[in-house]
Write a protein that binds this ligand. Structure first.
Ligand code: FAD
Length: 400
């Protein structure tokens, strides 16, 4: 196992690995600074929604690493507090009643209005090893991959019930086939699998990069964990790159909209200027490396039916997050599925006219913008971690 770096096109519709490699250091440092700023680090979310799958018996992760601390609303700039957000017109009428709560249909995602729940400072809750694992965690992943069964699973979370057709298989391998993206499925279904598997692989990379040695109590990268979960399955690494390019492409398309957005939090223009400066750097990198041709998807016969199905499945994934039994994992699961859903919406739902900030100033909610940028941060950080693991591997091989 020589663990070579992948080269050439990431996918038939995408740029090559080398392009992403050449920009990721710069991307990570810029997006990392960006997510430290007030606009991107404060997030309000209700983490305690009802699980739509009726898994009431699911035990919560008792490990202290699963816990997260909230922050007081007074720390959040006035403009983004719940009271201010709830005054935004038009939200209530468009909401759907789902088990236990209201969500808004935002194309690829059931979007929480983020006017309820606690505030979190995302810089204080890194995505890393929490100890959440075993049959419960597997059940969540299995259910998410099951959503890949297009045409079979009409799993209507609106009713809160999984129909009889969605019986969970006995073994994980029935669903989680390593060739999940490479069978004779159509392009769109393969894209769906790559998105999910890439998210799963990125989460695993964070777990291995910041791993808790439960004997010594020390946090450090765990190379064996990375080899087992990622490096020995090259396609999983490929899908981390795939998602990164997808997110970059969405950021590139959103460039004019994000540049015109109001990031001012304190009443002075300083926040706005600082945020936009960093964002412009990220957008310019995204224009170089966000090369993905979304126009090849959802074309031809049945394109609209397929798109509606794709949307319905991804929306379900965003709600399955409410069943994750570890607070910190649920927080990042919700943020990242919302971030990816926002990218998919930008790529597959919105044309240039819709993306024009002058004609469509309220196109995205703040939570969507925050989720998109934080998700890009997570994926870029995963690619940084992959490089560190490559170095660890090289160091280890040279001493053997
Ligand atoms: P799992 O990662 O649970 O995978 C189960 C099976 O899926 C594997 O046996 C394999 O067959 C298959 N598989 C694994 N990776 C892929 C892939 N990329 N593509 C296709 N198939 C794959 N744990 C933490 O410590 N910290 C977190 O922040 C965290 N966040 C989570 C967020 C969510 C939304 C979920 C559902 C879980 C989260 N977990 C987190 C738990 C973590 O993802 C694992 O489930 C856990 O570490 C157990 O790992 P495992 O090795 O048993 O395999």
């Amino acid at each position: 196992c020589e663990n070579p770096k992948p080269t050439g096109p990431i996918d038939t519709t995408m740029c090559d690995y080398e392009t992403v490699e050449s920009v990721n250091g710069d991307l990570f440092s810029n997006v990392h600074e960006l997510v430290q700023l007030p606009f991107f680090k404060y997030f309000q979310i209700d983490l305690y929604r009802e699980c739509p799958l009726g898994w009431a018996d699911q035990s919560k992760c008792a490990n202290p690493s699963c816990a997260i601390t909230t922050i007081d609303e007074s720390q959040v700039p006035l403009k983004w507090r719940a009271s201010a957000l709830s005054k935004v017109d038009g939200l209530v009428d468009e909401r759907h009643e789902l088990p236990g709560c209201y969500y808004r249909d935002s194309d690829f995602c059931w979007l929480d209005d983020n006017t309820e729940g606690d505030y979190y400072d995302l810089t204080l809750v890194p995505e890393r090893f929490t100890g959440y694992s075993g049959p419960e965690a597997h059940r969540i992943w299995r259910t998410i991959y099951e959503e890949n069964c297009f045409g079979l699973s009409e799993f209507t979370l609106m009713s809160g019930k999984a129909p009889a057709a969605v019986t969970l298989p006995d073994t994980m391998t029935d669903v989680l086939r390593e060739d999940g993206a490479d069978t004779d499925q159509c392009l769109e279904k393969r894209v769906y699998y790559k998105v999910i598997s890439g998210l799963h692989a990125s989460i695993s990379t964070h777990i291995c990069a910041e791993y808790l040695n439960q004997t010594t109590g020390e946090w450090s990268p765990n190379l064996q964990c990375f080899v087992n979960r990622i490096a020995s399955h090259p396609e999983r690494l490929q899908y981390i790159y795939f998602n990164t390019v997808l997110l970059l492409r969405a950021v590139a398309r959103l460039g004019p909209y994000l540049t015109a957005y109001d990031y001012c939090s304190t009443g002075t223009v300083q926040d706005d200027v600082e945020t936009k400066e960093k964002l412009l750097n990220v957008i310019s990198i995204a224009q170089k490396a966000g090369k993905f041709d979304e126009s090849v998807l959802f074309r031809g016969e049945n394109a609209n039916i397929l798109k509606e199905e794709f949307k319905a499945h991804f929306r379900n994934v965003t709600r399955i997050m409410d069943c994750v039994g570890c607070d910190k994992c649920r927080l990042w699961g919700k943020i990242q599925t919302t971030g990816i859903a926002t990218a998919l919406k930008v790529l597959f739902e919105l044309d240039e006219k819709a993306l024009d900030p002058h004609t469509n100033a309220n196109l995205l909610q703040r939570s969507e913008v925050v989720a998109l940028v934080n998700t890009l941060h997570r994926f870029s950080e995963s690619l940084e971690a992959v490089n560190q693991f490559r170095q660890l591997w090289a160091d280890m091989s040279s001493t053997e």
